[in-house]
Design a protein around this ligand. Structure first.
Ligand code: 1GP
Length: 251
């Protein structure tokens, strides 16, 4: 199992480069919108696609991943809400453990059940400490996970959770306010987590403005993920990617 995607993420971080990710929910796209999003993503220099969601009703995961791969060379990482969303057609799997929650199924239970399938898939597996922050109102992830999100005004809890994830050997930290969050994660919380861990830091949930994406990377996020706003207006892809890519840190 090659390590090429994670190596590229680490390399970009060590060079101070910021990455922009378009999140695709297979329930929300069709052939036409996939054409549109992949074209715009290629034009904007999008770094990765994430594909998945906390709840998927269509069962179109594999079809969607293949559709993206046929249309672009941008790496595709699975961001699965459950083991049912696994497909070997992607380039890598964010192997998420919901370390902000206390639901044992999402900390380790589903991993045990899916471990043989994951191993056989040949996917590059990237162990990810998944930290859900209160986005101002219940989101699909906060409801489905049956786990309390971290209050958005408690950066210390997020910091300690991320530190624990790093010391447990996780390779990425993902701070998520949940898809369509009313309130994206504060720059204060992003800065605190970034200062206290050395892992690449992914931030997503409720980001709709290029200015917010810019501020997030300025405050230490390495990878910005946007889904909902792009589903509503795909022209945002270029503005968001440009806002993220304009920030380069000194390593
Ligand atoms: C959700 O972080 C992602 O898990 C992206 O959120 O859909 O609100 O952009 P949005």
């Amino acid at each position: 199992m090659a390590n090429s995607i994670y190596t590229s993420i680490q390399q970009r971080k060590s060079e101070g480069k910021k990455s922009f990710v378009v999140l695709i929910d297979p329930d929300k796209v069709n052939e036409h919108s996939l054409d549109d999003i992949t074209l715009k993503a290629l034009d904007a220099g999008v770094d990765y696609f994430f594909v998945g969601g906390s709840l998927m009703v269509s069962g179109k995961m594999e079809h969607c991943v293949r559709g993206i791969k046929e249309r672009s060379s941008i790496p595709v990482l699975l961001f699965p809400g459950s083991p049912a969303q696994l497909t070997g057609h992607a380039d890598a799997l964010l192997y998420l453990s919901l370390i902000s929650g206390r639901n044992p199924e999402l900390l380790i239970g589903q991993h045990v059940i899916s471990a043989p399938t994951v191993k056989q898939s040949g996917l590059e597996v990237i162990s990810t400490g998944y930290i859900v922050i209160d986005g101002g109102a219940p989101t699909t992830v906060s409801y489905i996970s049956n786990a309390t999100p971290i209050p958005n005004d408690k950066p210390d809890i997020a910091v300690c959770t991320a530190m624990a994830g790093e010391m447990l050997g996780m390779k990425l930290i993902y701070l998520d306010a949940g898809s369509g969050a009313q309130k994206p994660i504060s720059e204060e919380m992003i800065a605190a987590v970034s200062l206290n861990t050395s892992l690449p830091l992914i931030v997503g949930g409720g980001i709709s403005q290029p200015e917010k994406a810019y501020l997030n990377v300025k405050h230490g996020a390495d990878i910005i993920v946007v889904g909902n706003s792009i589903e509503r207006n795909s022209s945002l892809i270029k503005e968001l990617a440009d806002a993220v890519h304009q920030v380069v840190n000194a390593g």
